[in-house]
Design a binder for this molecule. Structure first.
Ligand SMILES: Nc1ncnc2c1ncn2[C@@H]1O[C@H](COP(=O)(O)OP(=O)(O)OP(=O)(O)O)[C@@H](O)[C@H]1O
Length: 235
């Protein structure tokens, strides 16, 4: 569905991604793991056009995203749920969800999509009038995900949803990712929690220092060996 080929990208004079090639198959969940600073978030930003590329290509169903503007990506069915949640703190849960319905083509469906989001995240329905700034970390992550779903993504890019959350909430979030995959959403999950990520992933990439150092079907990965590789690479 999304193909990245020989991509170089970075911030001004600082190059971060070095000739990375990845392939995200339709209907599958692909996880990207790797140590801090590997370039995982930069890759997601480059896909969204938030970080400029200096070489290589990004194609969505065969069409180049090079000239695509970030704010048009959701019209193409591509949504990023960024690291750090970034909810609108002074807005209610429901107002946050409504903000996710900004693509013109999705506005008419906003009320229906809010109900669908509440089915997926019943806790948010209970708290729909609460200011997002007063939510727990787990609830805020759910708002960030539900807001992203308001644009009806076919491709969901999600950056470290488990960061700083208690294990029980992490299980809930991953359960919902599994449900979204069943519904046919293609998912790219950047995660430090390799154990949880492998539980839901079809394919695994590991990045380090801006390069892809491992690319395997999840079924072929031994978690203990992956951890050895992860920490060996850290040394
Ligand atoms: N706005 C920026 N300007 C300059 N350099 C940046 C910027 N954002 C990130 N970087 C650098 O890019 C490199 C990759 O960072 P990135 O956030 O993509 O890594 P990551 O794999 O997502 O790490 P983490 O797991 O810690 O989020 C790091 O060296 C980081 O310092």
């Amino acid at each position: 569905m999304l193909e990245i080929s020989n991509l170089r990208a970075g911030y001004g004079a600082i190059n971060v991604l070095w000739d990375v090639s990845l392939d995200f198959a339709e209907g599958k969940l692909t996880t990207i793991v790797g140590p801090n600073g590997a370039g995982k978030s930069t890759l997601l930003k480059a896909i969204m056009g938030l970080v400029p590329s200096s070489q290589g290509s990004i194609t969505l169903r065969g069409a180049s995203l090079a000239q695509q503007r970030t704010w048009d990506m959701s019209e193409q069915g591509v949504v990023l749920v960024p690291e750090g949640r970034m909810v609108f703190r002074d807005m209610s849960v429901e107002e946050n969800l409504t903000m996710g319905a900004f693509p013109k083509s999705r506005r008419a469906a906003a009320a229906r999509n809010i109900e669908r989001a509440y089915e997926l995240f019943p806790k948010l329905k209970e708290r729909r009038k609460q200011l997002a700034g007063s939510l727990s970390g787990g609830e805020a992550q759910m708002v960030a995900m539900a807001r992203g779903l308001m644009a009806e993504p076919r491709l969901l890019l999600i950056d470290e949803p488990s960061l700083g959350l208690a294990p029980v909430i992490v299980h809930e979030i991953f359960h919902i990712l599994g449900k979204l995959k069943q519904q046919g959403v293609t998912i790219v999950l950047v995660e430090q929690n390799t154990h949880m990520a492998l539980g839901v992933a079809d394919r695994v990439y590991m990045m380090r220092s801006g390069r892809v150092v491992l690319d395997k079907p999840a079924a072929e990965i031994d978690v203990a060996k992956l951890h050895d590789l992860y920490f060996a690479l850290e040394a």
